[in-house]
Design a protein around this ligand. Sequence first.
Ligand SMILES: *Cc1c(COP(=O)(O)O)cnc(C)c1O
Length: 428
Amino acid sequence: MDSKLRTETLCIQAGYTPGNGEPRQIPIIQSTTFKYATSEDMGKLFDLEAEGYFYSRLANPTCDAVADKICALEGGTAAMLTGSGQAATFMAVFNIAGCGDHIVASSAIYGGSFNLFSVTMKKMGLETTFIDPDCTEEELNAAFRPNTKAVFGETIANPALKVLDIEKFAKAAHAHGVPLIVDNTFATPVNCRPIEWGADIVTHSTTKYMDGHASAVGGVIVDSGKFDWTQYPDKFPGLCTPDDSYHGVTYTERFGLAGAFITKCTAQLMRDLGCIQSPQSAFILNLGLESLPFRMKQHCANAQAIAEYLQSHEKVKWVKYCGLKGDQYYELAQKYMPGGSCGVISFGLNGGRKAAETFMKHLKLGSIETHVADSRTCCLHPASSTHRQMTDAELDAAGVGADLIRLSCGLENAQDLIEDIAQALENV
Ligand SMILES: *Cc1c(COP(=O)(O)O)cnc(C)c1O
């Protein structure tokens, strides 16, 4: 696909171009396996000598077409779908870092990613140093160790809503000979393309805006093809030396920088871990992608209008949204996402925890859900739900105060949402 095409066009056209008489819509290839005439034909696939499909745990045409579309949107060279955003985060890191290694991660990341690094991957022998994304360059550089293999951050952190200074993180990562992995779930490639700012690998929970209708859980990993693993063969032996589990293939030699990372991640990790996205889910994801630019525009416009309304309301103590002038992250958001950021805002009421509970009970359009980023407005009071086991002091330390309400602005009419919020505030 012509790489100069713009986002709206790529969202519709990239990834799948039917030939004469073929289905216009991406077909759902609901088949676990694929047929061959001779064992020799199939053997070539196993040796990665010929391209083709043989088993849907390794590759499936529907999933590949949708991965290629997201690859084009992010400006990458290769991509793969995964069964969830968690699987994407895990596999993107585990593809280059394992037992005895270390990574540097922003402390402002999704709670699931934080647990993955601080508990589960720690048990596997991988250590993580968490660093405040607003740290100085000196503090960031000091977090690296000789065995550091990657840096990880989130474009807009869920739920802290901090904006990552991608260039600062990329510079530090590259100075230490490791790639920067960015979770771009909240911004989406419509609003930010981290690869253009120096990120090497981009991940997403496609469950959020990309799907956008709360219909299918999924994830994706996109490689920029820019990080030169061969400069650091001792650091990344998995990419630069023969893989005995795959007929002695050396991924960087056989597939070049453009394909090495994703081919290894597919041929080795997906083969062994099996956390694939189903062709059905990929098809649903693709429908979401087609309208992504238009939905993001509306999510952002609604969030902006609601954030401004809340800021002017006497019962509201504070509002966090990087689209608000005066927000701590306004300048960074203007730099990295001049066209809009995301539809999620957070705020607190003067009455604190009690007021938050009362407010949410009276919302009619906004429903209470542990979800964000779909067409319906939803909200969450972490202190009385996801974080209810924590004391107020612990909540403050985690950056999720007892009064914090997270509001994911959907695609409804902004005035209707504001009127709903207004009547709920009257009850507080
Ligand atoms: C939800 C989320 C994830 C995890 O994705 P799942 O699809 O739920 O596994 C990762 N990162 C961010 C920023 C998220 O919001």
